[in-house]
Each structure stands twice: as structure tokens, then as C-alpha cells.
Design a protein around this ligand. Structure first.
Ligand SMILES: Nc1ncnc2c1ncn2[C@@H]1O[C@H](COP(=O)(O)OP(=O)(O)OP(=O)(O)O)[C@@H](O)[C@H]1O
Ligand SMILES: N[C@@H](CCO)C(=O)O
Length: 293
């Protein structure tokens, strides 16, 4: 039996649509796998009632297929589904790392990224790897068609998750099909600033690079209260605020000393819109870890 802890992640970070990702120190899924003749999946924890246990429909089923590793799988969800916190990816990432060890498949962490991404295709129609990469590797990740680069970064974060669901599939429908040259230049500048900030563990630079003029404004419209949450977070000291993944979670970068105030301000913003929310005071963290030595 193998048990792993697979972290939540935040994709895009504003300027890095479908490219940037970050592992969060909390929350996380716990995935346990045991060899079996046929694959069965049991799901418990946050939002378990919305998650299919049929291997054809659960993200871990595609990982079992890719590694040819049938197993009895238990997923204890700490990451709520349809959150923008890489819920479906955390399970797939955890399953990939755990099954690789259980069956001694010998794949490196980087080789497991495209395998886990197959699970994302099951739920969103696209095998995007920007959530599974940080959940497997940890840190800040840059994923392109050529592979993933990662760097550890010490950046305090707040993610505020409103009590509403937005599916990635729906949120991809509002993404514009094209962008102007002006928007392209602004996005490249922001993305480069953010990447330098990650390499220097500098919350001011990371925050300055977290905005995007193309995708985020469209997605923000799907999140009631977003503008107020953003404004209040900046008022409490956030250095940058954007939609986490496909939403509805909102993510803020900040300095350690401001993290508690930023979390309270974001909760107030959603409360003002009549929406209950939960705030996680978190940071960029490690990738999937083994819990059983
Ligand atoms: N193991 C799993 N964990 C969570 N959701 C799963 C899993 N397997 C299948 N799903 C389905 O995936 C959907 C949630 O995935 P979706 O990509 O929309 O949200 P997310 O992973 O929280 O968001 P994001 O990718 O924006 O961070 C739900 O419909 C859920 O039933
Ligand atoms: N990059 C993907 C991540 C979804 O979690 C998107 O924004 O649609």
C-alpha cells in the first residue's frame, strides 16, 4: 500500500494562462493505492458527493490506464472540486506518484506530469498540465509543450474560495480566441516580471506580474463580488490579486506580515456580496509527498 499527500495548486497566476502554476502548502488530497486485479475508486472528504467513483469519469482512472497499474484507490479530498485550486489535478498527480511507486514503474517526476495530465482531459476536455505539474513537482512551474521547468519560491499567499462552483469546462468557454499586439506585449511583460519575482522570492515583483488584460477580466465576470474582493485585498496589503485557475477561488500574493489581514479583507469582500467563503493562508509549497515513508 502507498499513501501520498498531493497539494492543491493555482494555475495561470494571471499572466501565465495555461503555462504558470504554483503548488500550495495547503489544502491537499490524500491518495492511497493498493494492488488489485480490477480498479475501484472510493472518494471521501470535501465535495466527495460531486465526484464520480467510476474510473472512466474520475481523473485517476486515466492515470491507472497510462501506467497499466490497476488498484484499489481511496481519495480523501481536501481540495474541493470545481474550485480553481486544481482539485481534479491533485488526485491525478497523487495517483501518478503513488502508482509509479506501487508498481515500481521507474518514471521520473517530470515523466509523470503528462501522464497525470491525461486525467485533466477527462474533466475539462484538454490535457492541460499547469495544475498537475506543480502538484507533482512543487514550487512555481512553467509548463510548455516542451516540458516543465520549476523553481522553489518563498511567497506567502492567500486563496479565498467562495461557496459557489465554476467548472473549468465552462470557464474555458469565455476565453477570447485572439488578443491584440498591445495586450500581448503587456502580458509578456507581466509574465516575465512574475517569473523574475519567483526566482528572487520577491512578493512585490510576483504581485506586480499577476495581472492579465485578456483572460482574467472575462473569467472575473463569472465570480460575484470579485472586484470588491480584489480591491479590499489590495487595501490590506496584497501585492497582486487574480483569479486562481479557472475560478471561483481568488488568489493574492502578499508579505508574511499582511497575510492574516489580506485573508480577512477577502472574506469581507465576499460577505459583502452575500457569499460565504473560506480563506486559506498558504504559501508556495512542496509537491506530492509520501506519507508512509
Ligand atoms: N478525483 C477528482 N477530484 C476532483 N474532481 C474530480 C475528480 N475526478 C473527476 N472530477 C470532476 O472534475 C470536476 C472538477 O474539475 P475542475 O477542473 O472543473 O475543477 P478544479 O480541478 O477544482 O479546477 P481548476 O482546474 O480550475 O483548478 C468535477 O466535475 C468533478 O466531479
Ligand atoms: N489553465 C487552466 C487551468 C484550469 O485549472 C485554465 O485556466 O483553464
Amino acid at each position: 500500500m502507498v499513501t501520498v499527500r498531493a497539494p492543491a495548486t493555482s494555475a495561470n497566476l494571471g499572466s501565465g494562462f495555461d503555462v504558470f502554476g504554483a503548488a500550495l502548502s495547503r489544502p491537499a488530497d490524500v491518495v492511497t493505492v493498493e494492488k488489485a486485479a480490477e480498479t475501484t475508486i472510493e472518494v471521501t472528504g470535501v465535495g466527495a458527493q460531486y465526484i464520480p467513483e467510476d474510473p472512466e469519469k474520475n481523473t485517476v482512472g486515466a492515470v491507472v490506464e497510462a501506467l497499466d497499474a490497476p488498484a484499489r484507490i481511496h481519495i480523501d479530498k481536501g481540495v474541493r472540486p470545481a474550485s480553481g485550486l486544481g482539485s481534479s489535478a491533485a488526485s491525478a498527480a497523487g495517483a501518478a506518484v503513488a502508482l509509479n511507486r506501487l508498481y515500481d514503474r521507474g518514471r521520473s517526476r517530470k515523466e509523470l506530469v503528462p501522464i497525470a495530465a491525461e486525467g485533466e482531459a477527462v474533466v475539462s476536455g484538454v490535457a492541460h498540465a499547469d495544475n498537475v505539474a506543480p502538484s507533482i513537482l512543487g514550487g512555481f512551474t512553467v509548463t510548455t509543450a516542451e516540458g516543465t521547468s520549476s523553481v522553489d519560491a518563498a511567497i506567502p499567499l492567500v486563496v479565498c474560495l467562495p461557496d459557489v462552483a465554476v467548472s473549468t469546462r465552462d470557464a474555458r468557454r469565455v476565453v477570447p480566441e485572439s488578443a491584440s499586439m498591445e495586450d500581448l506585449v503587456e502580458t509578456v511583460g507581466n509574465a516575465a516580471t512574475l517569473a523574475v519575482g519567483m526566482c528572487r522570492s520577491d512578493p512585490a515583483l510576483v504581485g506586480a506580474g499577476m495581472s492579465d488584460p485578456v483572460v482574467t477580466p472575462e473569467r472575473a465576470r463569472l465570480i460575484t463580488g470579485y472586484d470588491d474582493v480584489r480591491e479590499r485585498a489590495f487595501g490590506a496589503g496584497a501585492t497582486g490579486v487574480t483569479v486562481s485557475g479557472a475560478g471561483p477561488a481568488v488568489i493574492a500574493a502578499c508579505r508574511e506580515r499582511d497575510r492574516r489581514d489580506v485573508a480577512a479583507a477577502m472574506l469581507d469582500g465576499f460577505a459583502g456580496a452575500g457569499i460565504e467563503a473560506r480563506a486559506y493562508q498558504t504559501r508556495i509549497g512542496r509537491g506530492t509527498t509520501f506519507l508512509d515513508g
